[in-house]
Design a protein around this ligand. Structure first.
Ligand SMILES: C[S@@+](CC[C@H](N)C(=O)[O-])C[C@H]1O[C@@H](n2cnc3c(N)ncnc32)[C@H](O)[C@@H]1O
Length: 267
């Protein structure tokens, strides 16, 4: 476990400098006031003003700081040294009071020392980095106050079995597979050409049933599980078009769930 985590952390450290200057993340627009949160998350989670929020796998904090601008008292957790440094620097530049903690998800309960939050939030590109959903869900259960809300929006695991090849979707990976998948990519997903010093990562596929069952097992009651036929970015280049709201949809048939969102309450 430590082995996978160390390899992935080096890769995320490399990506940070690329993401910081990338048009994909557009930090200038964010510093100038842009809210980075998709409308889906804002509408489905609702008003966060005055509430405490734990943001898991917060990356360099754009979304965390967007929630902070909306009045939440945010604590972001991520295992990458570089993203946490950048998140802290953006927080200072913006004069916000978010807190950023460098910790692996699997050590975060210890790091947080029993602190509990009104909301736990996580989103977009998080679960594939986690080998063990029970440890993840147990952290969420432990970090929520009784009656507190968990919200996540994430790529649909069914979409995870496909890859874009020659402008078509091809079924490439098994849906039911918990083995670590060794991946190698010289560049990151932002489309920037910069070559990463540590191109290897390990990733995991989790079924929708695994995700919901892990949350139920950690003491959460589902309020909803929504499936959506769009993504926030061009997940399958050559096969997608952007609609008038900026959402990416499959060009040929809009029949696959590409995202899911979950709202749940701690019993
Ligand atoms: C795709 S990013 C999340 C992106 C985020 N939605 C955004 O766009 O700002 C995934 C994040 O998970 C973090 N991560 C991966 N494995 C982790 C682990 N075991 N513990 C903590 N953070 C982890 C990475 O450092 C990275 O910042």
């Amino acid at each position: 476990m430590a082995h996978y985590s160390d390899i992935n952390r080096l890769n995320w450290n490399d990506r940070t400098a690329v993401h910081a200057k990338s048009a994909f993340y557009n930090i200038e627009a964010f510093l100038a006031g842009e809210n980075s949160l998709p409308e889906l998350d804002r509408e489905e989670l609702g008003d966060v003003a005055g509430l405490s929020m734990l943001h898991l796998q917060c990356h360099f904090g754009k979304d965390s700081l967007s929630w902070a601008r909306m009045g939440a008292r945010v604590t972001g957790v991520d295992f990458s040294d570089e993203v946490i440094d950048l998140a802290r620097s953006l927080n200072t530049q913006l004069g916000l009071d978010a807190r950023f903690i460098r910790s692996d998800i699997y050590n975060a309960a210890e790091t947080l020392q029993g602190e509990q939050f009104d909301i736990v939030y996580t989103s977009y590109g998080v679960l594939c980095w986690l080998p063990d959903l029970k440890g993840w869900a147990d952290l969420i259960g432990a970090a929520l106050k009784p009656g507190g809300t968990f919200y996540m929006a994430e790529s649909h695991p069914l979409a995870g079995i496909f890859e874009a090849q020659n402008d078509r979707l091809e079924m490439r990976y098994p849906y039911f597979d918990n083995e670590a998948l060794r991946c190698e990519s010289a560049t990151t997903y932002t489309g920037d050409p910069d070559v990463l010093e540590h191109p290897v990562t390990y990733q995991w596929q989790h079924t929708l049933g695994d995700i919901v069952s892990a949350l139920a097992g950690a003491g959460l009651t589902l309020e909803f599980l929504h499936e959506h036929p769009f993504t926030e970015y061009n997940a399958f280049p050559g096969t997608m078009i952007q609609d008038e709201r900026g959402k990416w949809r499959l060009r040929e048939n809009n029949c696959l769930p590409l995202l899911f969102s979950i709202k749940a309450v701690k019993r």
